[in-house]
Design a protein around this ligand. Structure first.
Ligand SMILES: [Zn+2]
Ligand SMILES: [Zn+2]
Length: 289
């Protein structure tokens, strides 16, 4: 079980830090060593090639909750969770896919290598080695190694990732932008290593933190990236400013953010915000008329 948990951690983090924040959103840059590690563990997670994963994810962000969105949450929780993988893609998705720029990933030699050797890599890294290694080195039975380290681990990692497409688009708060169906939930964040702060993420998709929150429990992916940044393997980490976040909260948020301005004169209201307000029907002017 410990080995299955370790593989789940590594596979999930490679999806969140690699497929998602690095390759889909270009939220930071990475050296070849980090890219290689992420590619290996992303293959172990068995969620398709990085290229395909990112292509779907870019369409999802660009056309959220339309027919072009591969896991359109307006079609229900089951569809957005896993149902979308069981049916033919919507013609709108096929149409809009052509508009998504994938040139950066198309020319990445590591991703080209993964696509070219995807099936041998998948077979050895995701199925063969996790069965053979525990059996040979740690005296596990072949049955235990196969069912726990491969089958159970894969199903669990996959289901947890799917929660970001379903739960994180249906239930939770929208403190940054009510126009985005992305929601903030502790439940999905804790399970997905920080990917459940989805309203923030859809509002600022290029922020490497994918949330304002940090800490091992709420955003382990961010902590991992900080660790890699310290040794120089992750660099140029992009982060939105506090000022921009505050403005956005007050302009388009649902008021659930702890720093949301609840009324005129709130201590969080900046002078800039105050001076930009237009006041109509001023008392003095009305008396003069
Ligand atoms: Zn989303
Ligand atoms: Zn994203």
């Amino acid at each position: 079980m410990t080995r299955a948990t370790a593989l789940h951690l590594a596979g999930s983090l490679a999806v969140t830090a690699g497929s998602h924040r690095l390759w889909s959103h270009r939220a930071y840059k990475a050296t070849w060593q980090l890219k290689l590690i992420l590619m290996i563990f992303q293959t172990i997670s068995f969620q398709g090639s990085i290229y395909r994963w990112c292509r779907d994810h870019r369409v999802h962000h660009k056309y959220t909750d339309t027919d072009a969105d591969p896991h359109n949450s307006r079609r229900g929780a089951f569809y957005s969770h896993i149902g979308w993988l069981m049916v033919k893609r919507h013609p709108q998705y096929v149409e809009k896919l052509k508009l998504i720029d994938m040139s950066d990933l198309k020319n990445d030699p590591l991703l080209k290598f993964q696509i070219r050797y995807y099936f041998p890599l998948l077979f050895s890294l995701c199925f063969l080695l996790p069965t053979i290694i525990p059996w040979y080195f740690w005296n596990e039975t072949l049955q235990n190694a196969w069912f726990i380290c491969v089958c159970f681990r894969y199903i669990f990692t996959f289901q947890v990732t799917c929660l970001v497409n379903s739960w994180a688009h249906i239930w939770g708060t929208q403190p940054y932008d009510t126009r985005s169906s992305g929601r903030e939930t502790f439940f999905t964040s804790a399970l997905t290593f920080g990917e459940g702060w989805h309203n923030f993420h859809h509002t600022f998709p290029w922020d490497y933190r994918a949330s304002e929150l940090s800490g091992l429990l709420v955003n382990p992916t961010m902590m991992l990236l900080k660790l890699f940044a310290k040794i120089g393997w992750a660099y140029d980490l992009k982060k939105v400013s506090v000022e921009v976040i505050k403005k956005r909260i007050n302009r388009t948020g649902d008021g659930s953010h702890p720093t949301a301005i609840w009324s005129w004169g709130d201590y969080e209201q900046s002078d800039d915000n105050k001076s930009s307000v237009k006041i109509e029907y001023k008392k003095q002017r009305r008396l003069q008329q």
